[in-house]
Design a binder for this molecule. Structure first.
Ligand SMILES: [Zn+2]
Length: 475
């Protein structure tokens, strides 16, 4: 019986590692600087919206002309969708459309045009089937009230000041950081980092600058390079390791639930905007919404912090980490589970493990989605046909093993990696899904016996169907 195993990263044999990563710092902007950033974000939006309107107008015009029977060669010329083509149109029109254009950095307009070029490409790739994932809609106009203000600088004077508490950006000048940028500054001083771009954006009521940096990282080895650890992800416990260690699920969203509900209720009692009647939101509504946004941002920060600490610890410690290929997108479609799953952050945890094992010289093994990790006995390998979710202890009828359910699953995952040890590594895009997943079909929660609807054969372990899978080992 063999299950398909995908090793996402395996770079232990490289001495230095060049990676692109982000450094994000909170900013303390003065009111004048905030106005300048908002002006730049607004300029990006104007460029985006005007160019999008032009793209649409040209498309409509050509469609209309075709209905008149005009020759294909005599139609209105097409508007290119690439960034240079969009920029050319914008530059030709900016003096009429935005006579104030010289007040903002050219990078502001580039931010909006780049976003549009990528949105158009995503849409056309999605339509032609070149792009995986959910269908992408046609780009929409950005609204001042609803879009996140953001501007990205890719050229010009971008640097961290020697005091490490200020950054310099084109046009905006010297901005004070809320926290020290020493981690980035050290790398810049040592010549192991190169800033590719800097993005200023507002998030949860606070301004941030994110540097996209090409970093030359020294190759590391995990503390226990030979050790294989299985990680069973769950809602009851966030992660259970095959070593028996249990990482509790902090459930930040539940903890903040009372406060979030109160703030949401407060906002709902204020006079909000109404598109139908054109009513503008009241100041008190905006303040209440801002409070709610900050409360949500805090939950996100707590969650991110916990996940980073866990994944860094795992990637630094163990040579091989085995996780299940959970169908997170599918699980989020389950209304009862979505809240817990989203709060736990499985997808983010998996994403972080993938790149951090790469950085630390370890490897991540992703078990096939249909591997019955919970139902297999980690002692003798017997597979149960039924194991209800409420059974927290695994009891084997064949060898008499009694073990915590999650630890048993984690040990099975760890054992899976041993079967592929020494078979080389294979790199695959982490988001490539198993082709057995039915798109838009019934929610495929981690298959547990007893959870299938009547008439469906969900209780049978699917090894019969997976056994003819050829293990996808690289040579
Ligand atoms: Zn057994």
């Amino acid at each position: 019986m063999s299950y398909r195993v995908v090793i996402v990263l395996g770079v232990a044999d490289r001495v230095r590692l060049s990676v692109v990563q982000a450094y994000r710092f909170a900013l303390d902007l003065t009111p004048r600087q905030e106005r300048a950033v908002l002006a730049h974000a607004g300029a990006a939006r104007v460029a985006h919206n005007w160019t999008l309107a032009r793209v649409k107008a040209v498309m409509d015009q050509r469609a209309a002309e075709r209905t008149y029977g005009i020759d294909e060669a005599d139609l209105t010329p097409t508007q290119g969708w690439s960034l240079p083509a969009l920029r050319k149109s914008w530059n030709a029109a900016k003096s009429d459309v935005a006579p104030w254009w010289a007040e903002c950095s050219k990078e502001a307009y580039n931010t909006g045009l780049d976003a549009l070029a990528r949105a158009l490409k995503n849409w056309s790739d999605s339509r032609s089937g070149k792009r995986a994932g959910r269908p992408v809609g046609f780009p929409r106009f950005k609204s001042r009230r609803r879009s996140t203000p953001s501007v990205r600088f890719t050229t010009g004077a971008i640097r961290v000041e020697p005091d490490r508490k200020h950054v310099v950006l084109p046009r905006l000048g010297r901005l004070k950081l809320h926290e020290s940028a020493r981690k980035l500054a050290r790398r810049l001083d040592a010549g192991t980092a190169r800033i590719l771009s800097a993005t200023v954006r507002r998030d949860g009521g606070r301004w941030f600058v994110a540097f996209c940096v090409e970093v030359d990282r020294a190759a590391r080895t995990p503390n226990q390079p030979q050790v294989v650890v299985g990680v069973d992800l769950g809602v009851r416990h966030l992660a259970v390791l095959s070593t028996g260690e249990v990482e509790p699920n902090p459930r930040h969203l539940d903890a903040a639930g009372r406060r979030l509900r109160r703030l949401a209720r407060r906002a709902s009692r204020r006079v909000g905007p109404d598109r139908r009647t054109g009513r503008r939101a009241s100041k008190r509504w905006e303040r209440a919404r801002a409070q709610l946004g900050r409360a949500h941002a805090r939950v996100a920060n707590l969650r991110r912090d916990g996940l980073h600490k866990l994944t860094t610890r795992l990637a630094r410690e163990f040579g091989t980490i085995v996780v299940e290929d959970l169908n997170v997108a599918g699980m989020l479609r389950n209304r009862r589970l979505a809240r817990c799953i989203a709060d736990a952050g499985f997808a983010e945890l998996r994403r972080q493990l993938a790149y951090k094992t790469g950085w630390n010289g370890g490897r991540l093994v992703v078990a096939d989605r249909w591997y019955p990790s919970s139902k297999t006995c980690s002692g003798c390998g017997a597979v149960k046909t039924k194991l209800a979710l409420f059974e927290r202890t695994y009891t084997c009828a064949m060898c008499g093993l009694v073990l915590d359910r999650d630890v048993n699953a984690a040990r099975n995952l760890a054992a899976l990696a041993v079967t592929v040890a020494g078979s080389g590594s294979e790199t695959r895009n982490g988001r490539g899904a198993d082709r057995k997943t039915r798109p838009g079909g019934p929610v495929a929660v981690k298959r547990q016996p007893g959870t299938a609807k009547a008439g469906k054969t969900g209780t049978v372990p699917p090894q019969g169907r997976t056994s003819n899978h050829v293990p996808a080992y690289a040579s």
